[in-house]
Design a protein around this ligand. Structure first.
Ligand SMILES: Nc1nc2c(c(=O)[nH]1)N[C@H]1C(S)=C(S)[C@@H](COP(=O)(O)OP(=O)(O)OC[C@H]3O[C@@H](n4cnc5c(N)ncnc54)[C@H](O)[C@@H]3O)O[C@H]1N2
Ligand code: MOO
Length: 410
């Protein structure tokens, strides 16, 4: 009898860290198509943003100290010396007791250090009554306040989000160096698996779920998926199809055939793809215990369990780690987590790490995580979930009402 030699989650993560090198291939692309891509260099601003002091309101630019003591009943008087035009330079300087009209976003004249909102003034010809005092810097964005000349705006390894691209546009960077998309191969195995477009299923057949869900998870992380289709539980066909795909990709994922059944060939196939071969076969985790990870001539190959929930959870935990590692990604794991209270007791086994799917709900102004229990063969358990929680290997479970970290599904 063959048995799995299970390893702890942390041990597996450490081993992955040591096994695989990041890939250095870089290309330059337009910021318009760069969302989700990973920066290959630090991005440094060559200028101040904004390049001039700007008003944040429609109002009058003044010296703040001239407004001190102004109230509704005791306004201060100013002389209006002109208006600032949007997008134009201002040639005047504000002297003591002077004010200039400035629209929102307009340039602050020299000598002014604050803007009084138009709601707080009354204009009488070229005289201005100010009813509210302002502090220096009030209602103004100062030159270089957003970004200063020489500032590192984004760091190498950062995955670009829409706001980051806005930040690059602000400093005039329209082309960015990014790591070339990782090529990730995916193969589904199983005599019973048929393409999702199969209209009428024959007895015993099921549609390929992992070929779609894992491909989408790879793409969501910025990878380019090369889908090899479905192979039968037949060793030679499985091996030759895997070898063909392996040559074309940076990371190969095989779905199914990971446990110890008579037709579970995945670990044998992996050991034929390169050396040193399989270094994880079995993780002390639920779901996903029979997961396999191999290093085949320096290239990662992952064997995901066939059950669709297990496949997605294990991809989220270790497929993501492998992709981020190959792709130089610096990810803040806490950006994907939030705290909630668990609504039910959940028992767990000491020595095993459990991942329980949860649905989030606001109750009495607090965020609650409701466990979505169910077998790992049921994809809709994941469809109904917003994220998952981890129950550490050291715990016998969690008690209703406890605060937990929810890892959000993206
Ligand atoms: N005797 C034992 N049997 C099993 C064990 C065990 O320890 N001892 N582990 C169980 C666990 S846990 C899991 S998870 C599965 C892992 O199975 P495999 O990775 O070997 O995958 P298959 O046997 O090929 O399939 C399992 C299950 O998943 C369905 N499947 C497979 N691929 C897909 C796909 N692309 N889309 C949708 N569904 C898929 C398949 O039809 C099976 O129902 O093993 C347990 N057994
Ligand atoms: O771990 Mo399996 O992944 O329970 O279904």
């Amino acid at each position: 009898m063959e048995l799995l030699d299970v390893q702890q989650v942390q041990e597996v993560a450490e081993k992955i860290k040591k096994q695989f090198q990041a890939i250095d291939s870089v290309e330059e692309i337009s910021i318009i198509e760069a969302v989700g891509r990973v920066l290959a260099h630090d991005m440094v601003s060559k200028e101040d943003v904004p390049g001039f002091h700007r008003s944040t309101v429609d109002g009058y630019a003044v010296k703040a100290r001239n407004t001190y003591g102004s109230t509704e009943s005791m306004p201060t008087f100013f002389h209006i010396t002109g208006s600032v035009e949007m997008g134009k330079d201002v040639n005047q300087t504000i002297q003591e007791g002077q004010a200039m009209y400035v629209p929102t976003g307009g340039m602050l004249p020299e000598g002014a250090d604050a803007v009084v909102m138009i709601e707080d003034v009354e204009v009488v010809g070229d005289l201005l009554n100010v009813f509210e005092q302002v502090a220096p810097r009030e209602n103004v964005i100062f030159k270089g306040e957003d970004v200063y000349d020489g500032e590192v705006v984004l760091k190498k390894g950062h995955r670009l989000r829409p706001q980051d691209l806005g930040g690059l546009a602000a400093i005039g960077v329209t082309k960015v160096p990014v790591y070339t998309k990782l090529k990730v191969g995916l193969l589904s195995t199983g005599d019973e698996i048929v393409p999702p477009e199969t209209e009428e299923l024959l007895p015993g057949q099921i549609r390929d779920i992992n070929g779609i869900s894992i491909a989408a998870a790879v793409q969501a992380l910025g990878g380019q998926i090369i889908y090899g289709g479905i192979v039968k539980d037949q060793f030679d066909q499985y091996l030759s199809k895997s070898q063909e795909l392996f040559q074309q990709v940076d990371f190969l994922i095989l779905s199914g055939g990971s446990s110890m059944g008579t037709k579970d060939y995945t670990s044998q196939v992996m050991n034929q793809l390169g050396s040193p071969g399989v270094f994880v076969h079995g993780i002390s985790i639920k779901p996903g215990k029979p997961t396999i990870i191999a290093n085949c001539n320096g290239k990662p190959v992952m064997g995901l369990p066939g059950h669709p929930v297990s496949a997605m959870v294990l991809f989220e935990l270790f497929g993501r780690q492998i992709m981020n590692q190959l792709h130089h990604v610096n990810e803040n794991p806490f950006a994907k987590q939030l705290r909630a209270r668990i609504s039910r007791n959940i028992a767990s086994q000491v020595g095993r790490t459990d991942y329980v799917r949860v649905q989030l709900e606001i109750r009495d102004h607090e965020l609650w995580a409701n466990p979505v229990f169910g077998k790992s063969g049921l994809i809709t358990n994941l469809v109904k979930s917003d994220g998952m929680i981890e129950i550490s290997q050291y715990k016998e479970g969690i008690i209703a009402g406890e605060w937990v970290n929810v890892i959000l599904f993206s």
